[in-house]
Structure formats: structure tokens, C-alpha cells
Design a protein around this ligand. Structure first.
Ligand code: NAD
Length: 464
């Protein structure tokens, strides 16, 4: 059953914005206990409706429920719990490091909410990528306008319904819609904008924000490379790689986009990769593998496969189903740098394999291209790991793992260069939506120590 997403009328958008501004100035969220209450309601909105949300995700993406449990509902509840456990300590005013000259002025850093924030989210993990930042924004005391993805009508419409039911409308509102609605939102003044999505739209968002000098965080995508070193544990490497590539049918911002393997090691690597592929996907079908989000995405991915000069090792268009927007997990070898698979972010179930001479060539290849969101190295040789880490730039760099850094508490998730700027999850989200406001309170007697600054100026004062 398809859900029709009710778009928010354009004329209502400025009014919703004003109401959120009034909600912020009501001062409700100055109270940490009110923030806690809203965060708990946020958790209940999902916990009490897990089945409905799973059904909505299935309707939008035909994603196997286990993937949704791990990547969306489970991850959302973990993130909210982590925020609930820690936000009161993050919100504490900090004292400046002791300095005898200024100590009497009691220099402090107050953690103040930025105000009314706009969060714009993509289709691929329509719940987690919305709710993880929402939790941090509320924890920091902001009111929030969430613009959910129009490409996931069932999930976005249920999310709007539940957030409006469980949380205070002074604190959060959801706007549903596409380009006209987002464009309208971007005309307004926000105190921070977090945008997650593609690079092209990221530039539109940053340009619109600049008109109001609004700070922006851009969580973008790109081509995240994998380097396979001959020292790696091949069974574990191929398992992690194929899982990470094909989860959500490759529609993941940190999906391994392409693999580089040394020429002399390629056959050994491919032999084990094929065994693991057969173990995972011997019975792959539209009923147990996520579908592509749209017919456009299906057409884009299928033409990438058919126009590639590489050779298909597994999968391919033979088992594809256009009506269901299903393309089987596909591995392509002998891919060259100028292949159609190497121009844009794939964002679908194709894994191109390229050969390189050695790790140095792989490093050069990465450095000649825009900085990726993630860089993956499979190796047990510590010198290889260190060499890649020390000589490349990327949002995150993972040794012997794929994707899971977004769920690890205490580390920032974000890009660098073309893959975005700013970072989030956990305390990083709280900090992103916080103004670190310095403050001092200077007693008058300090003038005895600091009186030289007052005119009239004299040489005697300069020498004192
Ligand atoms: P998208 O850029 O098409 O859409 C994201 C949001 O922008 C949607 O809410 C959409 O309504 C809005 N939008 C689209 N066109 C717009 C326009 N012209 N003006 C204003 N708003 C507009 O992205 P998508 O297709 O939903 O997601 C895929 C992209 O997102 C990939 O590039 C992926 O790598 C990236 N992504 C990044 C992260 C991350 O955390 N870094 C996470 C997930 C996805």
C-alpha cells in the first residue's frame, strides 16, 4: 500500500516558524527537566510504535526488518538514551582555566541554546538521520523544525504524526514537502541549519543560510574508498565489506563505494569474496533485499551497470526487477579510473573493484579526488594502516570495519571538504546546537590591578 504524503501548505510555513520562535522565547526549554521530559517523549514516540515504523520503512524501502531494527529503531533508542544519560553534564556551565590575572572576574562558558533550528533530512535512513539530531537539538534547549524526506512518504508521514502527538508543538514541528517547501523554509532566518543529503543541494542550503549568516552543518556523501591489503583477514574482510556495501541496497552515505586491491592479490581476494557473496546472497530476491528508492534511482543504477567497461563477477541486471526497483547485489571487476562507475557516488548495490600497484598508488588515487566521507582499510599490518591514516584526509577512517562508526558513542560523525563540514551524534550534536557564551563578572576593586588601561595614557603607565 502506498501512502500519499500530505505536504505542508506553503502559506503555513512562516507561521510555524514564528510559533517555534515563540516556543523558544517561552523559556520552557531553559528547564533541564522539561528537556528530559521531551526527550523521554521522543523515545516513547518510537518505542511504543516500533511495529508501525517498521511497516512504514518496509512500505518505503522494502528493507528487511532486521536492517531497520539495527540501523533505525534500535539506533534511535540508543542515541536518545545516550543523550538522556549525559546531556545534563554537557549543559553544565564551565569555568575557564585558572589564570591569576582574571580569576576574580569568574570567567565562565555558558551552554546556551542557539534558538530555532532547521534540520533537513534525506530518504535513506529517514528516521535515524532525523531523530538523532533532533534529540541533540532538544537536549541543548532548541526548538526544532524538521523537514523530512518526501521520498519516504510512509515513514515521513508517520514520523510527523507521532512527533506531533508525543511532543510539545512549541518544541518541534515537522514540515513535509519537497523542493518548494524546503525553498520556503530556507528563505527564513534560522539559528542553525543541519542539512543531510547530496552535495548539490548542500550548496543551495549553504548559500541560502549565508544570506542570514546562519551557521550550517553539511552532512554530505561522496565516494568512500576501500583499500584491501594482502595482510588482511580475508574471511572477516569480505564479510564486513559485503554487509556494509549492500545494507540498504548500498543507499548509505558511508557505503564502501569502490575497492582498491593490489594487482598481485586480486585473484586471492576475489576467490574469497565470491565465496562470501554466495554464502550471503545465494537466495537474494526482491523479498529479502532493500529496493531502490525510485524509478529514477533504478534507471541510474542500471545504466551505471550496463555502461561499465568492467566485468561482472556477481549479480548484474539479469536478476533485476524494474517494477519492484530491485537490482541484485552486483560486483564488477577490472574497473578503470575512467569507468562510468567511478565518476559519481554510486548510492546503490554495485561494488566496483579496481587494481592498484600498492598502497602508495591507492593513497595517491584517494588524494587526487575529493575528500571522502569515510575511508576503509583492511589490513593487519600496522605500518600499512598508519601510512594510509597519516597520508590521506577523510571524514572518518576505519581499520577493518565498515559503517559502524556512526553508532559508536563519543566519536564525531561528519565529513571534510566535499563530504561536508561539522559533525554530530552524542555530545557533538549537543555542541553543534549550542552557543558557547563566555561571561565574566568583574568586581570594581580589580581596577586597582588593571588601571593602566584607562586614559590619560603616559609612559609611566606603560612601564608599570
Ligand atoms: P537530496 O539532497 O536529494 O535530499 C535531501 C533533502 O533535501 C530532502 O529533504 C529534499 O527534500 C531536500 N531537497 C532536495 N532538493 C532540494 C532543492 N533543490 N532545494 C532545497 N531542498 C532540496 O538527498 P537524498 O537523495 O535524499 O539522499 C542521498 C544523498 O544524501 C547522498 O549523496 C548521500 O551520500 C547523502 N547522505 C549523507 C549522509 C551523511 O550523514 N553525511 C547521510 C545520508 C545521506
Amino acid at each position: 500500500m502506498t501512502t500519499t504524503l500530505q505536504y505542508t501548505p506553503l502559506a503555513d510555513i512562516p507561521k510555524i516558524h514564528e510559533e517555534l520562535r515563540a516556543g523558544f522565547y517561552s523559556g520552557k526549554l531553559k528547564s533541564l527537566s522539561y528537556r528530559r521530559y521531551q526527550l523521554l517523549q521522543l523515545a516513547y514516540a518510537f518505542q511504543e510504535n516500533i511495529e508501525a515504523f517498521n511497516n512504514a520503512l518496509y512500505a518505503d524501502l522494502a528493507r528487511p526488518p532486521l536492517e531497520s531494527d539495527l540501523a533505525e529503531l534500535g539506533a534511535i533508542l540508543n542515541e536518545i538514551k545516550y543523550v538522556l544519560d549525559n546531556f545534563e553534564s554537557w549543559a553544565k556551565t564551565e569555568k575557564a582555566p585558572f589564570n591569576i590575572k582574571y580569576a576574580a572576574m569568574k570567567p565562565i562558558i555558558r551552554k546556551e541554546a542557539k534558538g530555532v533550528v532547521l534540520i533537513i533530512t534525506p530518504f535513506n535512513y529517514p528516521l535515524f538521520l532525523a531523530i538523532a539530531p533532533v534529540a541533540g537539538a532538544i537536549a541543548a534547549g532548541n526548538t526544532v523544525l524538521l523537514k523530512a524526506s518526501e521520498q519516504t512518504p510512509a515513514s515521513s508521514s508517520l514520523m510527523a504524526q507521532m512527533l506531533h502527538k508525543y511532543l510539545d508543538p512549541d518544541v518541534i514541528r515537522v514540515v513535509n514537502g519537497a523542493v518548494p517547501e524546503t525553498t520556503k523554509l530556507l528563505e527564513l532566518r534560522w539559528d542553525h541549519i543541519l542539512y543531510t543529503g547530496g552535495e548539490k543541494v548542500g550548496r543551495i542550503v549553504a548559500t541560502a543560510a549565508a544570506k542570514h549568516t546562519t551557521p550550517v552543518t553539511l552532512e554530505l556523501g561522496g565516494k568512500s574508498p576501500v583499500f584491501i591489503d594482502p595482510s588482511c583477514d580475508l574471511v572477516s574482510t569480505t564479510k564486513r565489506l559485503l554487509w556494509g556495501k549492500y545494507v540498504n541496497a548500498g543507499q548509505t552515505c558511508v557505503s564502501p563505494d569502490y575497492v582498491m586491491v593490489p594487482e598481485h592479490f586480486k585473484d586471492t581476494f576475489l576467490k574469497v569474496l565470491k565465496e562470501t557473496y554466495n554464502e550471503f546472497f545465494a537466495n537474494v530476491s526482491p523479498s529479502n533485499f532493500t529496493h531502490l528508492i525510485s524509478s529514477n534511482a533504478y534507471d541510474r543504477i542500471s545504466s551505471m551497470i550496463t555502461s561499465s567497461h568492467g566485468s561482472i563477477v556477481a549479480g548484474g541486471m539479469k536478476g533485476a526487477d524494474q517494477a519492484q526497483k530491485f537490482i541484485p547485489p552486483t560486483v564488477v571487476e577490472n574497473v578503470r579510473a575512467d569507468d562510468s562507475l567511478m565518476s559519481d557516488e554510486i548510492f546503490g548495490p554495485i561494488l566496483p573493484i579496481m587494481t592498484v600497484k600498492d598502497v602508495d598508488e591507492a593513497i595517491r588515487f584517494v588524494n587526487e579526488r575529493p575528500h571522502p566521507l569515510a575511508l576503509y582499510v583492511f589490513a593487519t599490518d600496522n605500518a600499512v594502516k598508519k601510512k594510509v591514516m597519516d597520508n590521506t584526509q577523510s571524514g572518518g577512517v576505519l581499520m577493518n570495519e565498515i559503517l559502524i562508526h556512526i553508532g559508536i558513542p563519543g566519536i564525531p560523525f561528519g565529513g571534510v571538504g566535499n563530504s561536508g563540514y561539522g559533525a554530530y551524534t552524542g555530545k557533538y550534536t549537543f555542541d553543534m546546537f549550542t552557543h558557547f557564551r563566555c561571561s565574566i563578572d568583574a568586581p570594581s576593586w580589580i581596577d586597582k590591578l588593571l588601571s593602566a588601561r584607562f586614559p590619560p595614557y603616559s609612559d609611566k603607565k606603560r612601564q608599570a
